[in-house]
Design a protein around this ligand. Structure first.
Ligand SMILES: [Zn+2]
Ligand SMILES: [Zn+2]
Length: 339
């Protein structure tokens, strides 16, 4: 984090009054209501607030020991805007879903339909939950309530949304039948998601496709976050290498065998020879049969196709016929099989 004193344009160790004065001046200059639709000003406003909070809470090490009384003027700045606050920082609820893709889809890209649930603003009542009545008697129309609490860092002033009017500032009368007075309706939605070839990122975000949430006198939609989960019926990918679990019987392991291994090329499979006496857990590496993802998450460009890494698993029979049991007894009695 930047030095909070620098952000407020004052010297480190400035007095409480100097901090408050600088904060008030800067916050008013950058306030969203004075700079509508100005993203830079909004970011600046947020930064100024964080700097002030940081100094106030003593998070910043070089701070002089201040005692912050309940008289701090952050609320004056807030009151300046509370009634007509533009909702510049309003943020809805994000909706998060998982989407599986296989390794071929990762390499070549794909288009997939996803289904998700989200909450839409009720159109009938415009998200209010009913009709607007008189001024809310709890918050006197501000939509916000202030609370003071004494903490080990000193007095903290919190501004919370009014519980009675949910931040609207007015009483809500004649509850809306469409949304049962909650202002939102449940929606089953679907979306065609295009995953570009070699999309190595774990998530995809669709701004504004999340749920609507009331924040004070306004409301906003959150985002839809899609977690991309790589799931392949044959392989697990490790960078540009593909890992495959091969299962063979005890007899195959002892006598040696030929096995067929799938590859990423759908119609092609690989025949590999298992030598007699192969051990459980043995790893076989087939060069150049992995994947070629040119971009890795750390932005390193790869120009080499990876390998196919086969792990040999020897399976132990669970259910044997009388004949097989007899054969096993014979093997067991042989001195070469004694461990
Ligand atoms: Zn209220
Ligand atoms: Zn409604």
């Amino acid at each position: 984090m930047k030095n909070p004193f620098e952000i407020l344009g004052i010297k480190e160790g400035a007095s409480k009054d100097e901090v408050k004065k600088a904060y008030r001046k800067k916050a008013l200059e950058a306030h969203p209501d004075k700079n509508p639709n100005d993203k830079k000003a909004a970011d600046k406003f947020r930064e100024i607030n964080e700097a002030y909070e940081s100094i106030k809470n003593g998070n910043y090490k070089k701070v002089e020991e201040f005692t912050w009384g309940p008289d701090i003027d952050i609320d004056e700045v807030f009151n300046f805007a509370s009634k007509k606050f533009s909702g510049f920082f309003a943020k809805g609820k994000n909706v998060e879903i998982d989407m599986n893709i296989n390794i071929n889809e990762l390499i070549y890209g794909c288009i997939k339909e996803v289904y998700f649930q989200r909450q839409l603003k009720c159109f009938k009542c415009n998200g209010i939950g009913g009709e607007i009545g008189g001024i809310c008697i709890v918050c006197k129309g501000h939509g916000k309530l202030r609370t003071n609490s004494n903490t080990p860092f000193g007095w903290l002033n919190n501004v919370v949304t009014c519980h009675a009017c949910k931040g609207i500032g007015n009483e809500i009368i004649n509850h809306c039948n469409d949304c049962n007075g909650i202002g939102v309706i449940q929606e089953n939605d679907k979306l065609l998601v295009r995953v570009p070839a070699q999309y190595i990122f774990k998530t995809k975000k669709y701004t504004g496709l999340g749920s609507w949430l009331r924040t004070g006198q306004n409301g906003a939609y959150g985002d839809l976050i899609i977690n991309i989960i790589e799931k392949d019926e044959n392989f697990v990918r490790a960078g540009n290498n593909l890992c495959y679990e091969l299962y063979i019987s005890i007899a195959e392991a002892a006598l040696g065998t030929k096995v067929i291994i799938p590859t990423l090329e759908k119609d092609t499979s690989l025949e590999i020879i298992i030598n007699p006496g192969i051990q459980h857990g043995k790893i076989l590496r087939i060069e150049g049969k992995g994947v070629l993802l040119s971009m890795k998450p750390n932005n390193i460009i790869s120009i080499r196709r990876g390998d196919l890494i086969v792990t040999v698993n020897i399976t132990i029979p669970v259910n044997m016929t009388a004949k097989e049991r007899e054969l096993m007894q014979t093997i067991k009695a042989n001195e070469y099989f004694l461990t």
